[in-house]
Design a protein around this ligand. Sequence first.
Ligand code: FAD
Length: 578
Amino acid sequence: MLDYPDERRITTSVLVIGTGGAGLRAAIELAERGVDVLVLGKRPKADAHTTLAAGGINAALSTMDLEDSWQQHAADTITESYLLARPDTVRIVTENAARGIEDLERWGMPFARESDGRISQRFFGAHTYRRTAFAGDYTGLEIQRTLVNRAAQLGIRIIDTCYVTRILVRDNAVFGAYGFDLDNGGRYSFRADAVILAAGGHTRIWRRTSSRRDENTGDSFRLAVLAGGRIRDPELVQFHPSGLIEPENAAGTLVSEAARGEGGILRNADGERFMTRYDPERMELSTRDRVALAAYTEIKEGRGTPNGGVWLDISHLPRETIMRRLPRVYQTMLELQMLDITRSPIEIAPTAHYSMGGVWVRAHDHGTGVDGLYAIGEASSGLHGANRLGGNSLIELFVYGRIVGEAAAQYSEALLTHRRSDGALADARREVDELLAADGRENVRALQRTLRDTMTEHAGVVRSDTGLRAGLSELDELEQRITGIGVHPDPAGFQDLAHAFDLRSSMLAARATLEAAVERRETRGCHNRSDYPDIDPELRVNLVWSGPGKIEREPIPEVPAEIARLMRDVSTAGKLVE
Ligand SMILES: Cc1cc2nc3c(=O)[nH]c(=O)nc-3n(C[C@H](O)[C@H](O)[C@H](O)COP(=O)(O)OP(=O)(O)OC[C@H]3O[C@@H](n4cnc5c(N)ncnc54)[C@H](O)[C@@H]3O)c2cc1C
């Protein structure tokens, strides 16, 4: 300790890593139960990734369609997951979803309502009934505001300039975490009975992604694995069909699927409406995985636009419709490209959007198998299988935020002894010291770019054994190069150090993804293998990765009869599919 006189040592009962919807919801549960909680984030709390969510949040409230039920919501979720969702997780989320919405209402969430005051619910693709509650096309922003306000009312401590580098563990039990301040580089060592990991997914390891810079860099994966946790189904990543190609620094930014929902047409470079070949019935309103695959195939087979995309055209729609129904798309395109979408088509390509896999967790409390360590939100796994039902990720934050908050509170309450390890703390300190002293020639940003190119080239929408193995050898080379990086914090902050840790996390997440993708020798949902074009019933399992070369198959329980009898393919015609 004497060697680190400026290190701030902070003690709390429960530490939450992540100030997005999942982390804040869990923290609120803890604070409402009177448990001391501290929340950490690496970007401003009002601007967590959750703010980007647009379309809505699901619960079978039956405000629009009386026939709806949690069982039907569960059936739709499992069908859409291509049978890889874990039925116990699905049941917990769908059965408790209405309560999640009630919590939000109680804290002042401005849901859209019908004239008689009922919460409005809209159709999202592949849902049997209207069950997606929303607030305009900025649902995530309103959710984040509601949670930040509630957290302030409860006096919850939040440090949103703290980059967490390690979770501290002794004998398979957590006792805290380590990190540094992004503004001034000051160190933090946190002591806690329990730690909740809510640090998002790993979609930023692809070149085009709907995450912003430095978000979803795979931190949850690395923090969990170094603490003794495991990763379930890292290969299952949802690619959204419509990401922007330019400008480079905004590559992957989503063009809302509402643009297709309102009548947008997809064309290749030859002007052909290519969805006629892939899904002649549903055309542009086909499911997200199919549209992404169609666009990818057109580009790969040489019918792409000059920048390697396809055209999304809404210019045939009346100008008033565009201004009324797609104002955000119109504004975004003007701001980013000076493009008037009432006159010109938009150049788009598939973009990495959502991590359906994540940290391995138990269904009933989202414990990770490491005592006192829990994971929630996009960081976790079990609900979505091989394709996420639109609107399900937001509700998961609320259902499991409450459950995990309760579980961590009980764990902390019951903990009789708190065993720490000087060795674990020393390792965490040394790791930061060594990176700060790194003075090599390799540039962190350039290596991040190379990694993203590797993943895009070899583990994108369509994969093959040859490609994935080529990706793994490129990763081996990158792992050599990372030893030669230089880290140079400047007076403006310690972002460069953060990027170096981001890179380490992304490398680990990339390895897990590539290795699991090799192992999943089938085509199922988002995971397309050109060398294994069919579903393999034997692979109706989750793949659990616990380190290089270590993958196990985890059986998935049978779907309960009351849910199985409701499962069927659902048409997406006329529905929003985001
Ligand atoms: C454009 C877009 C539209 C979407 N629309 C919908 C929708 O309509 N409906 C729906 O259900 N879902 C939607 N989603 C998905 C949904 O928004 C996310 O899955 C969800 O918000 C994830 O929340 P989270 O709390 O798990 O993680 P995040 O909101 O990503 O929060 C992660 C937190 O972890 C922190 N963090 C990460 N690493 C570290 C570290 N090393 N140290 C400290 N802090 C760290 C970050 O600062 C952040 O606070 C959409 C996503 C996008 C991108």
